[in-house]
Design a protein around this ligand. Structure first.
Ligand SMILES: [Zn+2]
Length: 342
């Protein structure tokens, strides 16, 4: 972050900003969520972590979801190629307040506290607003030079990690270990090359106003030494035709968290393709029968086929039926009452 000015930058394809009407501040708990790799074995954060340990299982329950309205949904068909490290110039709490404020136009995917807590504000498949203003960028970074040539906002190519404290602060051991763990997690999950060309500081994108982000206190040498042995394995695959456990995490989820927050009893499971059986079927941002709560997203016609990825039996009753179905994000997401679908 470093300076309290927008890190959003322009997005050439004029992608709309995210709508966060369903985000509930500070209530999205993911503790207890199943680990990504299908096992609850914690991912080793010690120096002795082996390639197998890194590749097999990651317990992401240590990440606390916070949420920020400041992001673009999706990455304009780009994928993550690099991690950008930042210093908060403040505390986790002050940074959280800043990221929750739409007018700041700043956010980060993750933040790591001095006591080792890890908070998340933006899903990795979405673009946070941390690195969008290139000023004398480091063009020896091929991916950055190439992206800028093609007018790609660096936010669409990067995942941001903020660190609590002020520029020049020495990291606590807890903060270092959590950041190391998070780097390993992102490297293995998103196949990021663990070298200094793909794990960079904000100053390499914005050399002037962000010259001290993350600053001299950042433990580059130790971090890179400990990341050096990590191979970049194939990403963890989510089975597409078997049920996905509930409480999917906000990082790898096949369902955007915005559909789930504030909705009771959501079961995430692949329901396959279903057909809209009535004209004027309302798709809503959450189960609702209201005509005035701004939950209406779009209207579907009879015969439309959609993929569905979950349901709740705790929605408002319509004709005595409380089941609402969640449309897959592959078909733009949203909720529709089950009586409209067959
Ligand atoms: Zn920064």
């Amino acid at each position: 972050m470093y300076n309290p000015t927008p890190d959003k930058g322009s997005n050439p394809n004029n992608q709309p900003d995210a709508v966060d009407e369903n985000q509930t501040a500070d209530t999205q708990a993911i503790s207890g969520a199943p680990s990504v790799g299908g096992s609850n074995t914690p991912f080793s954060s010690g120096r002795t972590a082996t390639a197998t340990a890194v590749a097999s299982a990651v317990d992401i329950s240590r990440i606390t979801w916070k949420g920020s309205p400041n992001h673009w949904v999706g990455r304009d068909n780009n994928t993550v190629v690099a991690i950008v490290n930042h210093i908060m110039q403040g505390t986790m709490e002050s940074t959280n307040g800043w990221f929750k404020n739409r007018r700041s136009e700043v956010s980060s995917h993750f933040g790591v506290a001095k006591d080792g807590r890890i908070w998340q504000w933006v899903r990795v498949p979405d673009a946070a607003w941390g690195n969008g203003i290139p000023e004398s960028p480091d063009l020896s970074l091929d991916w950055l030079a190439d992206g800028l040539k093609r007018k790609i906002n660096p936010n669409n190519l990067t995942v941001s990690i903020e660190h609590e404290g002020n520029t020049g602060d020495t990291f606590t051991e807890e903060q270092y270990q959590s950041s190391l763990w998070l780097h390993k997690y992102l490297i293995t999950t998103y196949r990021i090359v663990p070298d200094r060309k793909h794990i960079i500081g904000h100053y390499q994108i914005s050399a002037k106003s962000r010259a001290n982000c993350p600053g001299k206190g950042f433990p580059w040498q130790r971090l890179m030494n400990e990341l050096a042995g990590i191979p970049t394995p194939a990403p963890i695959k989510q089975p597409s035709n078997t049920p996905i456990p509930p409480n999917t995490n906000p990082i790898n989820s096949m369902v955007d968290m915005k559909w789930i927050q504030g909705v009771s009893g959501v079961i995430i499971t692949d329901l396959g393709v279903k057909t809209i059986n009535t004209n004027n079927a309302y798709v809503r941002s959450k189960p609702s029968l209201s005509g005035t709560d701004n939950t209406l997203l779009r209207v579907l016609s009879k015969g439309k086929q959609l993929r569905f990825s979950g349901y709740t039996d705790a929605g408002p009753a319509f004709r005595g039926n409380v089941r609402w179905l969640l449309i897959s994000d592959l078909d733009d997401g949203g909720w529709v009452h089950s009586s409209m679908v067959s």
